[in-house]
Design a protein around this ligand. Structure first.
Ligand code: UDP
Ligand code: MG
Length: 200
């Protein structure tokens, strides 16, 4: 990025707090991030939303990103990281929820080496595949990847590539696991209990 990263979690002179919000497709990451923003003053960065905005902006990577999302594949780390870094640098806030990233080992290790940022904690929304599938098929947000064929692919990628990232952070004691199958309000009660303990 050109700027000097003189200590961990410092980006362009700011002391940064990052929390990764992970869990399968349809586990409620975005919904709960909206609640967290309202109550705890974080800025919500959804990697999926940033990629979808990049497609819409007509950027040179747009077609590649669109094809990968349609196939449920994970976009190359450097593309997603650039978008996240830009959003962090353009924000006045110093506390960020990064939702839906890192999704594989390449995402995780590249983010840490490029930005020097390590997450404070990792929220893990744990939910059965059956429940997630029901939510994705019912949500009707006009997303090209919320059809049964792509959903199955996303579940496979999640199991094979994303769960190991959660296990890695668990081995560092950073994971806070939440039962995400409960109703939205009940899940948020559990989320709140975790945030009240985060020293930011
Ligand atoms: N995606 C990606 N890298 C990311 C985040 C998202 O490649 O860091 C792509 C991937 O194809 C994924 C899609 O964007 O299946 C949708 O991700 P999002 O987090 O919006 O949805 P979720 O699957 O969590 O419901
Ligand atoms: Mg989402």
């Amino acid at each position: 990025m050109g700027s000097v990263t003189d200590s961990p979690n410092t980006e362009a002179g700011k002391k940064i707090t990052v929390i990764f919000v992970l869990g399968g497709p349809g586990s409620g990451k975005g919904t709960q991030c909206t609640n967290i923003v309202q109550n705890f003053g974080y800025t919500h960065l959804s990697a999926g939303d940033l990629l979808r905005a990049e497609i819409k902006s007509g950027s040179e990577n747009g077609t590649m990103i669109q094809n990968m999302i349609k196939e449920g594949k994970i976009v190359p780390a450097e593309v997603t990281i650039k978008l996240l870094q830009k959003a962090i640098q353009e924000s006045d806030n110093e506390k960020f929820l990064i939702d839906g990233f890192p999704r594989n080992e390449e995402n995780r290790s590249s983010f840490e080496s490029i930005t020097g940022i390590v997450p404070e904690i990792v929220l893990f929304f744990d939910c059965s595949e059956e429940e997630m599938e029901k939510r994705l098929l019912g949500r009707n947000q006009g997303r090209e990847d919320d059809n049964i064929e792509t959903i199955r692919k996303r579940f496979n990628v999640y199991m094979e590539s994303s769960l190991p990232v959660i296990q890695y952070y668990d081995s560092l004691g950073k994971v806070r696991k939440i039962d995400a199958a409960k109703p939205i309000d009940a899940v948020f009660e559990d989320v709140k209990a975790i945030f009240e303990k985060v020293v930011a």
